[in-house]
Design a binder for this molecule. Structure first.
Ligand SMILES: [Zn+2]
Length: 284
């Protein structure tokens, strides 16, 4: 499985455990459990390398250690600043986080930091760099506390090592409503022969975060904007000129957004759907 580029270990020669020691320095209660935390951090690193963070068992810390571990994390703590910085380093080159969007949905700005393993159940990873990822508050809420399903598969893509760009799976159908306007409906369609585990994880991700419904809502705004541009540029001109414009536009933006971005899927549908072509012809 291809590692997603968000993962770099260690960052600037500083390991997540070095970060932890700096944050916990001077806390007598945490000093007493440092060796145990080191073991937890080693387990986490191994789990990242085998793409199985969701299968880690909680260490089982109770108060007062649990409380002290949880308190290390605050939205303005050093590690939170570092994770935002770490994330933004990749925003110009990483498809799913294009344009400073939440990697889980690519719809909203990341206005919160999500704990991949929740800090109440796993206080030992409250400030682990690779247990944190900026995301939008809607995704954070939908994700909630559960980490894996009944088959032991994660509910969400882990952007530190899963590669959601490994094949094209997000498609859109165009239908014309009873008022004669097009509407777009998203769906997941996996090609034959792709890794069934990753397919199941991506399906979990979309279900957990209600992405199909959220994309179906967003597409109205997104489509209207694109259509206004096409109509202003190509009114009175041949349909093929408008379609060629869309193809050129797609070839430029696909490099930045990636194969499965909601906007890319919509443009692909506009280019390929005979139903949409008939509609567009009537508007030009
Ligand atoms: Zn989101």
């Amino acid at each position: 499985m291809i590692k997603y580029p968000l993962y770099q270990f260690p960052v600037n020669g500083v390991t997540p455990f070095d970060e932890y020691k700096t944050a916990a320095h001077g806390d007598a209660i945490l000093d007493a459990v440092e060796t145990q935390i080191e073991g937890c951090y080693n387990d986490y690193e191994n789990a990242v390398n085998s793409a199985s963070v969701h299968n880690l068992s909680p260490h089982g810390f109770v108060d007062p250690e649990k409380e002290h571990l949880k308190k290390l994390y605050k939205s303005d703590c050093d590690i939170a600043k570092k994770i935002r910085q770490h994330h933004s380093t990749f925003t110009s080159t990483t498809k799913r986080v294009y344009n400073n969007k939440c990697p889980y949905c690519t719809l909203s700005e990341p206005d919160t930091i999500e704990h991949i393993l929740p800090k109440d159940k796993y206080p030992e990873f409250a400030i682990h760099l690779y247990n944190l990822i900026p995301c939008c508050s809607k995704c954070n809420r939908h994700k909630s506390e559960a980490v894996s399903d009944q088959y032991g598969l994660p509910y969400t893509i882990n952007f530190y090592y899963h590669d959601p760009e490994y094949c094209q799976f997000l498609e859109v159908d165009c239908i014309i409503d009873n008022k004669g306007f097009p509407s777009f409906k998203y769906k997941l369609t996996f090609p034959q022969g792709v890794d069934p585990t990753l397919t199941a994880i991506i399906t979990n991700h979309f279900n957990r975060l209600h992405l199909i419904e959220r994309y179906n809502e967003e597409v109205i705004r997104c489509y209207t904007k694109t259509e206004l541009t096409i109509e202003s540029l190509f009114r009175g001109k041949p349909l093929n000129d408008a379609l060629q414009y869309l193809k050129n536009y797609l070839s430029i933006i696909i490099n930045d957004y990636g194969l499965n971005h909601h906007h890319i899927a919509m443009i692909r549908c506009m280019i390929g759907s005979p139903i949409y072509h008939a509609y567009l012809q009537s508007r030009l």
